[in-house]
Design a protein around this ligand. Structure first.
Ligand code: PHE
Length: 345
């Protein structure tokens, strides 16, 4: 009798404890702790039920039923609290992870090609289309490739015209891309058709049209029966592809130690169409490249028999034609990396 009363009281107290701790609980995790504490295998209810043995045979089923009722009331309280807490927690999570999909995105800036690269690529395309391939050579050259092999021996006035940056008496920064002609002919048998774009160096004072570092694109064709007519035809096609079908060129006799005969090619001024204006300094034409038939001495020095083969070569100043193309007034813009300039291309 007494045991029954005590057990009932314990169970009632338990229900009350559960209700108040559930009310104070504010996370699913705490709630789970409460469930284990009361309903778990080693929990409070089990502990009370263990005392069933002290009850009489009549009391036992009554108490069993009562205990089950309390258990299910506790379960209900926990389930209900679980639902409320679960909803609250997921709401909090949604709030914390809230994201405004209508906000404008952050754009990743996309780089672009330097104007000199754009024009180099264009020129490469034109010559690749005519069966040329692209060759390269070192920027630090020996005296032999930079001068000697190009018919510019020591004491030759052309050495002074190209104010060369020397590293030591036999090594220099190349003063043109022409040494690539020598390298190519020396290591590859004709027929040859190459262009060689790259940096060149001359110790010129910096001004609007001069820079100690600039770029050239060399061209070289060597085969049987190559003539001055091939030179003119090839370079005329080049000019029309680069500047448009209506562009006009002219060739003037010139002198280079490594070509004979030599010429310079001018393009008719776009602005005045040959009449003469400020842009072309009243010339009507603008010089764009140097060219000529490869000198027989240069051929034989490279192991090419000038009685069997002939060739032509040309050298284009990249900065000058890029400045023409885009109307750039000062060569220094190319090297200053000012984004206001670079973003225009
Ligand atoms: N190397 C010459 C220069 O720098 C250009 C050139 C190249 C001329 C090839 C003739 C043939 O001015």
């Amino acid at each position: 009798m007494l045991g029954e009363i005590i057990m009932k009281e314990q169970l009632l107290k338990m229900r009350e404890d559960v209700i108040s701790s559930v009310a104070a609980c504010d996370s699913m995790r705490e709630l789970e702790d409460i469930r284990i504490q009361y309903l778990g295998k080693k929990g409070a209810i089990t502990a009370v039920l263990k005392q069933m043995g002290t009850l009489s045979a009549e009391e036992r089923p009554v108490m069993g039923q009562y205990a089950n009722q309390i258990r299910s009331e506790i379960e209900d309280a926990l389930t209900q609290a679980g639902e409320t807490l679960g909803a609250k927690e997921s709401e909090a999570r949604i709030e914390a992870e809230w994201l405004d999909v209508t906000l404008p995105g952050k754009k990743k800036p996309i780089g672009r090609k330097h104007p000199l690269t754009i024009v180099t690529d264009e020129i490469k395309e034109i010559f690749l289309g005519m069966g040329f391939s692209v060759a390269e050579g070192p920027e630090i050259e020996t005296d032999y490739y930079n001068f000697e092999a190009l018919n510019i021996p020591e004491g030759h006035p052309a050495r002074d015209i190209q104010d060369t940056f020397y590293i030591d008496s036999k090594t220099a920064l190349r003063s043109s891309t022409s040494p690539v002609q020598i390298r190519t002919m020396t290591k590859t048998k004709p027929p040859l058709r190459i262009i060689a774009p790259g940096r060149v160096y001359r110790s010129d004072a910096v001004d609007a049209t001069h820079s100690p570092l600039f770029h050239q694109i060399e061209g070289l064709v060597v085969d049987k029966g190559v003539t001055m007519a091939d030179l003119k035809g090839t370079l005329e096609i080049f000019a029309k592809r680069l500047w448009g079908e209506n562009s006009k060129v002219r060739f003037r006799p010139h002198y280079f130690p490594f070509t004979e005969p030599s010429a310079e090619m001018d393009i008719m001024c776009f602005s005045c169409e040959g009449k003469g204006c400020r842009l072309c300094k009243n010339e009507g034409f603008i010089e764009v490249l140097g060219a000529g038939m490869v000198h027989p001495d240069v051929l034989s020095r490279c192991g090419v028999d000038p009685d069997i083969y002939s060739g032509f070569a040309f050298g284009v100043g990249l900065e000058r034609i890029t400045m023409r193309k885009y109307g750039i007034s000062d060569i220094r813009y190319f090297y200053e990396n000012d984004l206001r300039f670079l973003r225009q291309f």
